[in-house]
Design a protein around this ligand. Structure first.
Ligand code: ZN
Length: 345
């Protein structure tokens, strides 16, 4: 509805603000039942999201915002003190939600602390109630271990301490199932009952892969954060990589999410985290610093032509990344010391 107005305004070149849309909302709520049935704050949040979609469209040349059908629209956020305070847990497995009433849930962990936010989402054929709480963080023990991590295609990650983490390749594992499901889909009558069923089957296969991947990445990143106080990873140039025909594998490995998790978990638990320039890290000798393409005669072998040092190629690279992290740390403490001196003077 708001998008409809926005499109008209865009075509006529009239500026239309978030506040205009909010005003329109009041009228709509009086007229249309299903809009009145949704908490007002949730609608405002949706309008704000529409605003963000427009900003993305104007600023970064992303696509023009699209309509979402009532069928597809898959998220009801609760916001505002009142609607969140109205959320009540009445038993182990049921909640009272504002405007919705009692819902029964399968709960995967107990709710602890103050509820700060809640959302209902729909994924394929199930509804999920997400409850966000503010709790106290249990700090981790301080830890002197340091690690450089080389992320790659042969191994998911190689750590400078000698750990090799295999690629889980969840997507590859699901390909056979996907092929069968897609064949069935192509035989079903388009938009018929069985066709929709089969679409859901395919969506579920993707969903499972997504969840497996996310579970794997959380486990690996948690492990690294728990056992290391200093983490140095190569900076990722996703755009460059995606262009290089490896996009499916990169997507499958979740490199981007892996870094994102490492970063926010480091911040949460007070670990030092650096993303360093990876250029030539695979050609540089970790022992003498000599840099040459000939140092790496094959994918997995590193043999320095200058000093004869030899190592697994990715292990050598991960050690270089750790060293580069140290350099960045030294630079940042240098500049902060300089700043402190200037402030004193
Ligand atoms: Zn060397």
């Amino acid at each position: 509805m708001s998008l409809d107005l926005k499109i008209q305004a865009y075509q006529k070149n009239i500026p239309l603000s978030f506040y205009d849309l909010e005003k329109q909302l009041v009228g709509l709520r009086a007229e249309i039942d299903w809009i009145a049935d949704v908490p007002a704050n949730s609608l405002i949040l949706i309008i704000q999201r529409l605003g963000q979609a427009y900003k993305a469209f104007y600023n970064s040349g992303r696509g023009y915002p699209k309509f979402q059908s009532k069928k597809k629209s898959s998220c009801i956020p609760f916001r505002g003190k009142k609607s969140i305070n109205d959320i009540r847990q009445i038993s182990e497995t049921s909640f009272i939600l504002p405007k919705i009433g009692v819902v029964r849930v399968f709960k995967d962990r107990p709710i602890c602390g103050q509820i700060t936010n809640a959302t209902i989402t729909k994924e394929i054929d199930k509804y999920y109630l997400h409850i966000y709480c503010e709790t106290e963080l249990k700090p981790l023990k301080t830890c002197d271990n340091q690690v450089g991590i080389d992320v790659g295609l042969a191994n998911f990650a190689v750590c400078s301490n000698g750990d090799f983490i295999d690629h889980p390749k969840f997507h590859e594992g699901s390909l056979q199932k996907l092929r069968i499901a897609q064949r069935k889909l192509s035989r079903a009558k388009k938009r018929g009952k069985n066709w929709y069923k089969q679409v859901a089957v395919i969506q579920k296969i993707y969903q499972k892969t997504r969840r497996q991947r996310s579970d794997f990445l959380h486990k690996v990143s948690c492990d690294l954060i728990q056992t290391n106080g200093f983490i140095s990873v190569e900076k990722l140039n996703i755009k460059g990589l995606v262009r290089s025909n490896l996009s499916t594998q990169i997507y499958d490995s979740g490199w981007y999410d892996f870094r994102r998790m490492l970063k926010y978990k480091s911040e949460l638990y007070g670990r030092t985290y650096f993303e360093v320039d990876p250029r030539y890290s695979s050609q540089e000798c970790n022992s003498c610093g000599h840099r040459a393409a000939e140092n790496r005669p094959s994918q997995s072998i590193f043999r320095c032509v200058n000093c004869g040092h030899s190592d697994h190629a990715d292990l050598n690279a991960s050690k270089n990344l750790l060293r580069r992290g140290h350099r960045l740390l030294a630079q940042s403490t240098d500049s902060s010391q300089r700043l402190a001196k200037e402030l004193v003077a």
